[in-house]
Design a protein around this ligand. Structure first.
Ligand SMILES: NC(=O)c1ccc[n+]([C@@H]2O[C@H](COP(=O)([O-])OP(=O)(O)OC[C@H]3O[C@@H](n4cnc5c(N)ncnc54)[C@H](OP(=O)(O)O)[C@@H]3O)[C@@H](O)[C@H]2O)c1
Ligand SMILES: [Zn+2]
Ligand SMILES: [Zn+2]
Length: 358
């Protein structure tokens, strides 16, 4: 017996969202059924729907920033009970036995993890994401949302939060250097970037925002940045050459990678999380000179996601959001791409209640 729920569905990249009925699997012994309260809109959802990362499997429901309440648990579940406040991010399964999974790095599972949407699940079906009323997930891929965090401002942490926390932790944003805080530049102040600023600041780093304009300067300071530098201003690259220990690159579009690498100190690290659709040109000289590191980072493991949620609650960090109803999702996509959102759009799934299925 499957569970029928309402979901926002796309039937093609150019089609508007429609309210559809989709089936969630009958909970297996290790499954948790989650009543979704809020679902964030990540730029990855947009890249996927627009076929910018390859052909999506339509009809498709996206969404991997999911927050809600446990509604039912399978017979083998011991860690979760009905009523628990929980979240689900970008993965819903992995082999659990390879060396990466055993090390808590399920995102790097050697068998390939199962993405929350648009991925082939273990039963051969295509996974459907969180712009929906409910989801059924293996208990190993569920995280606890600390009591101090509301569902709507917690949902974006499940992707934007962990995606910025993991590389900042990995590359030592919290460490001091010669007694001074590390100089961290967050490149792009969108959904990921605004989490990166708050997390890096809470880790004790000296944070600069590198944004196309100074439009978000005041907001960046409120998030914990020391300064905002406008990358479009004359002389920007010359004036800030060799300034940063770490650059967290969250840009979703083409960027002049070599120029940005010149902003790093010797041995500095650019951690890339933004994944533009096109290949980006790179001159090896940009990393060879100064012995710099160009590192990728893909979300984070489940244990680290829990660590990040607890860190955010402890430091009073949450996403800054705009809440929308389900009928505003198409307009929200346009606004995300136009850079008009400060800083994450979150869908209030209570608005499914009165919606008619198309
Ligand atoms: N690695 C991972 O695990 C992972 C996880 C989640 C998302 N992502 C990827 O990370 C990227 C960012 O996601 P997001 O949700 O934070 O997106 P977002 O909210 O749209 O933010 C992206 C930011 O990039 C900058 N930007 C956009 N277009 C630009 C352009 N043409 N030139 C220069 N800068 C531009 C803007 O910053 P300013 O307005 O401040 O200039 C914008 O706020 C996406 O590519 C997404 O797919 C990766
Ligand atoms: Zn995401
Ligand atoms: Zn594995």
């Amino acid at each position: 017996m499957t569970i029928t729920v309402k979901a926002l569905q796309k039937t093609g990249p150019e089609q508007p969202f429609q309210v559809a009925s989709i089936e969630r699997r009958d909970p297996r012994p290790a499954d948790v059924v989650i009543d979704i309260k809020a679902a964030g809109i990540c730029h990855s959802d947009i890249h996927t729907i627009r076929n910018e990362w390859g052909e999506a499997h339509f009809p498709l429901t996206v969404g991997h920033e999911i927050a809600g309440v446990v509604e039912a648990v399978g017979s083998d579940v011991t860690d979760w009970k009905v009523g628990d406040r929980v979240g689900v991010g970008c993965m819903v399964d992995s082999c659990g036995t390879c060396e990466e999974c055993r090390a808590g790095q399920e995102q790097n599972c050697l068998e390939g993890n199962v993405g929350t949407y648009n991925a082939t699940d273990v039963d051969g079906t295509i996974t459907q994401g969180g712009y929906a009323q409910k989801v059924v997930v293996d208990e190993r891929f569920v995280c606890r949302i600390p009591d101090g965090l509301d569902f709507d401002v917690a949902a974006p942490l499940l992707c934007a939060g962990i995606t910025t926390y993991a590389p900042l932790a990995r590359w030592g944003a919290a460490d001091s250097k010669d007694g001074a805080p590390k100089k961290v530049a967050v490149l792009g102040l969108g959904g990921l970037g605004h989490m990166g600023v708050q997390i890096a600041a809470a880790m004790g780093a000296d944070v600069s925002v590198l944004s196309r304009t100074r439009k978000k300067e005041q907001l960046a300071i409120e998030l914990g940045a020391q300064q905002t530098l406008a990358t479009s201003e004359d002389g920007f690259f010359a004036d800030h050459r060799g300034e940063f220990d770490i650059i967290l690159n969250t840009i979703s579009a083409d960027i002049p990678v070599d120029k940005y690498l010149s902003l790093l100190k010797p041995r500095g690290v650019m951690a890339v999380v933004g994944l533009p659709p096109q290949k980006q040109p790179l001159s090896f000289g940009s990393v060879i000179g100064g012995g710099k590191v160009l590192a990728g980072s893909n979300i984070g493991g489940i244990a680290e996601t829990q660590e990040m949620l607890d860190f955010c609650a402890e430091h009073g960090i949450a996403a800054q959001i705009e809440t929308i109803g389900i009928h505003e999702a198409d307009a929200a996509y346009e606004r995300v791409v136009a850079g008009e959102v400060f800083f994450r759009v979150v869908i209030d799934t209570a608005t499914f209640e009165d919606a008619e299925v198309a």
